[in-house]
Write a protein that binds this ligand. Structure first.
Ligand SMILES: [Cu+2]
Length: 217
């Protein structure tokens, strides 16, 4: 959701800015960098000002440069933070969203919203996991049990593939989650985690994120 909003805002802003000025300076900067997280914010702010004055004058130049901007804006979106909440609600214990799709290099923050939980990768021997359900070259992670409300744990996902993980205290109660990094793949694609169910990877990639509520019905 966040990414989409961001992309269109950035494209629109850049488009408006480019319409007005023929100077190639702005373009070159973007294309060369491959777009880092911060660039777009500045663009937006600056372009917002010029739009009003120059918009009406030169509409023709616009179309040529639009393609450039879209690519850059897409990459910019990845810099944003992504969160997964760890929740106790009555007798339910869950990760929300239970399914999440991210690009390689994304840092996911697990937030302990209520109760006591862990975010622990299914990697044999990691936090008591009996099986491995993360890509071969991937780093396993284990936050260990977090009981303080609002406390967080971060993990950066570098290797593409499917990652299943669980909560140590609630493993036997089916508290599990899935993160797909880039394209689905690896041992996580074989069947379901031994302790609970997660959404199908294709659905996760398609939706970007699957909430616990949607998944559990
Ligand atoms: Cu838990």
């Amino acid at each position: 959701m966040k990414r989409r909003t961001f992309v269109s805002a950035a494209s629109a802003a850049a488009l408006a800015g480019l319409a007005g000025c023929g100077a190639p300076t702005g373009d070159d900067g973007n294309g060369g960098n491959g777009g880092e997280g911060d660039g777009a914010t500045t663009e937006e702010a600056e372009d917002g000002e010029t739009t009003e004055e120059e918009d009406g004058e030169t509409t023709e130049g616009t179309e040529t440069t639009t393609e450039d901007t879209e690519t850059t804006a897409g990459e910019d979106g990845d810099g944003g933070g992504v969160e997964v909440a760890m929740i106790t609600e009555g007798s339910e214990y869950y990760f929300d969203p239970i399914g999440l799709a991210v690009e390689p290099g994304t840092t996911v923050t697990f937030v302990n919203e209520s109760g006591a939980h862990s975010s622990t990768a299914y990697a044999e021997g990691n936090g008591g996991a009996e099986v491995t359900r993360i890509p071969e070259d991937a780093e396993p992670w284990d936050s260990e049990t977090i009981s303080e409300e609002g406390a967080t744990f971060e993990h950066t996902f570098e290797v593409e593939g499917t990652y299943d993980y669980f909560c140590i205290p609630h493993k036997t109660l089916g508290m599990v989650g899935r993160i797909v990094v880039g394209e689905p793949g690896g041992p996580g694609e074989e069947g379901m985690p031994p302790d609970g169910e997660v959404p199908d990877s294709d659905t996760i990639v398609e939706e970007g994120s699957v909430s616990y509520e949607d998944f559990s019905g």
